[in-house]
Structures are given as C-alpha cells and as structure tokens.
Design a protein around this ligand. Structure first.
Ligand SMILES: Nc1ncnc2c1ncn2[C@@H]1O[C@H](COP(=O)(O)OP(=O)(O)OP(=O)(O)O)[C@@H](O)[C@H]1O
Length: 324
C-alpha cells in the first residue's frame, strides 16, 4: 500500500468553537493507481488531501486516526522529514497554477531549480531535463517555453508547466486538487489526459480531487464519494457509478448533464448544503436524503460487497455489514 488514511478525524478551532470537519475518513491508494475523491464544496476533500502533506492551517487539529505513506506515520514525522516528502515523493497540483509558479522567474529556470533539488544533478543537466520535462507535458516548442515567463502562457499551458514541476522527480504520489476547474472544457480534458498518461508512464499514483463525477468516470480506477466530512461510498469506479448505493452518490450522478438517461430531466440535490457547525449525530446526508428514516439518526455502518464496494447507508442492500 502506498498511502493509507485510517479513520482520520480533523477539527478546526474557530470563533464558533471547535468544528469537526473530517469524521473518521478512511482511504487507501495502491502504487500506480488513480483514485478520485468526489463531493460538493465543503465535503472535506481538500482537508483530506492537505492532511497527507500536513499543510492544514494552524487552527487545525488532528483529533483521531492515522495517515501512513509507505509505512511512515505522517502525523508523527518531524517537520524536516515531512518537508523531505513534499515535492519529491509527493507532488502537488492545485486549481490555480500561479500559486505554484514564481511570476518573476523564467519557466525553465523554475523547472531546472526543482529538478536540481530533487535529483541532485548539475545545472546544465537540470536545464536539459527541464526542456525534456516540457516536451513530456506536450509543449509545442519546449525550448521557447523554457525561456518564457508564466504570464506569457495561457492558463492551460501554465497548468501543464505545474504538472511538469510536480512530476519532475517523479513522485510516488501526485495530489491534484481540482487541477482543471479553472480551465475551459477542452483544455480540461487535455490536461487530465496528460496526467493520466504521465501516471501510466511513470507509475506515479494520483489522488484526484474533483466535484465533477464525470471527470472521475474518465480518469479513476477507484473513487471515494465524500459528504459532510465523511466517506459515504467507495469502490471501483464502475461499481460506484453504475451500481451506486448511497443516495448522495445517486444524486450526484443524476445531476450530471450527460447522465445515463438523457430523457430524464436534470435533478438538483435538494436542501441546504452541509453545514459543519450543524453536523447531525447520525448520517451526514440526513437532512437532504429522500430515503431518510428514523434509524438514520444513528451513524450508518459501512456495508461492503465482495468486490470492495463500500457504502455507509442504512438503506443499501449488499452482502454483509461491518461496523465502521
Ligand atoms: N482553515 C480553516 N478554518 C476553519 N474551517 C475550515 C478551514 N479550512 C477548511 N475549513 C472547513 O472545512 C470544511 C471542508 O473544507 P474543504 O476545503 O476540505 O472542502 P472541499 O470538499 O475541498 O470543498 P471545496 O471544493 O470548496 O474546496 C468546510 O466546512 C470548510 O469551511
């Protein structure tokens, strides 16, 4: 196992007191695998990803559970040790490419600096590898891009440069948090395909965070559906998308414009979006769920099928139940 998050709980200290935002999140990534984390805004996707690199704000507390990367207990590593993982073993791509780029430095120089740091090669060799990395992310004229500044590139091109930076060691795990949300649709598809191809070539695993279940269908081997700081359903992408159990997963799929049944009208998920300050004691989706019943006031256990398809809903009907 490359990454194993087990029963992770996180809360934030705020003016309203302590707000629990992750409630016993478990998730695993095997080497070479692409997993998706999908859910609407505020469901805890970014907090989960940032926890892996201990990048959460100072007002965050890890209140339970563990994160193991290649067997290392991330939550008890020293700052120096976690810094050694960041970038080199675990790369990151965020929604806004400019957060990762220095606006005043030429692209090639930024890339060469990172390559030197991670691979310990000479400056000339790093520069050669930087041009190679730009070619690998399909820059039409890698030598020209090498000499350009970030402002001279389009959003899609900048995000390709960030992918090149993140993949330069290459890392064992790439965390991509809404990497294409800021890009237009055709460019989105190109950047996602690029990440998928690079993952296949290098064996880098990918944790892809998205609110778009359509992206998951195209990209991911397995998927975790999050709602209200909990994982409500997970499994192989085909199982979760074609045989979804949890009413929230079903609602996400029905809200897709290219949903299975084109004759059905698009649905919106009714009710107010989740508010971490008013977390129900039972199922997080309780207030919005069309299937809710009295027992949903108690936290539903995970039910797990033979293929590893897990769902936390009292209403689902699979092989057997295990306690969460
Ligand atoms: N620094 C912080 N202080 C207090 N609360 C926070 C902080 N960071 C995140 N949260 C809260 O944690 C919850 C989960 O946020 P998170 O960013 O993980 O959601 P998300 O699923 O990634 O959504 P989005 O797509 O909007 O980023 C939200 O309720 C958010 O308000």
């Amino acid at each position: 196992m490359l990454l194993e998050i087990s029963e992770l709980s996180v809360s934030f200290q705020s003016i309203y007191g302590t707000i629990p935002v992750l409630d016993r999140v478990s998730l695993a990534i095997h080497p070479g695998e692409i997993i998706g984390i999908v859910g609407e805004s505020g469901s805890g996707k970014s907090v989960t990803a940032q926890s892996v690199l201990r990048l959460l704000d100072r007002n965050a507390n890890y209140t339970g559970g563990s994160i193991r990367f290649r067997g290392h207990d991330i939550l008890s590593l020293k700052e120096r040790e976690i810094q050694a993982l960041r970038g080199k073993k675990i790369g990151m791509v965020f929604q806004e490419p400019m957060t990762a780029l220095n606006p005043t430095m030429r692209i090639g120089q930024q890339l060469a600096n990172v390559i030197r740091k991670h691979r310990g090669v000479s400056r000339t060799e790093a520069e050669r590898l930087a041009v190679e990395a730009l070619a690998a992310v399909q820059m039409k004229d890698p030598e020209k891009t090498f000499r350009q500044y970030p402002y001279e590139l389009s959003g899609g091109m900048r995000q390709r440069v960030v992918v090149a930076l993140a993949m330069s060691s290459p890392p064992e795990l790439l965390i991509a948090d809404e990497p294409t949300t800021a890009l237009d649709v055709t460019v989105q598809a190109e950047v996602l395909k690029l990440m998928k191809d690079l993952s296949a070539q290098t064996g880098t695993s990918v944790m892809l965070i998205t609110h778009d279940i359509g992206v998951v269908a195209d990209m991911c081997d397995r998927v975790y559906v999050m709602y209200g700081g909990t994982v409500v359903e997970s499994g192989k992408t085909a199982d979760v998308l074609h045989h979804s159990n949890h009413p929230y997963t079903r609602a996400l799929i029905e809200a897709l414009p290219e949903g299975k049944d084109k004759n059905k009208p698009l649905k919106i998920i009714e009710g107010e979006s989740f508010n971490a300050r008013k977390r129900p004691s039972g199922c997080a989706f309780l207030d919005r769920c069309p299937l809710r019943s009295a027992r949903c006031h108690h936290k539903p256990p995970f039910v797990i099928s033979a293929s590893g398809h897990r769902s936390a809903c009292w209403e689902v009907n699979v092989d057997h139940a295990v306690n969460q």
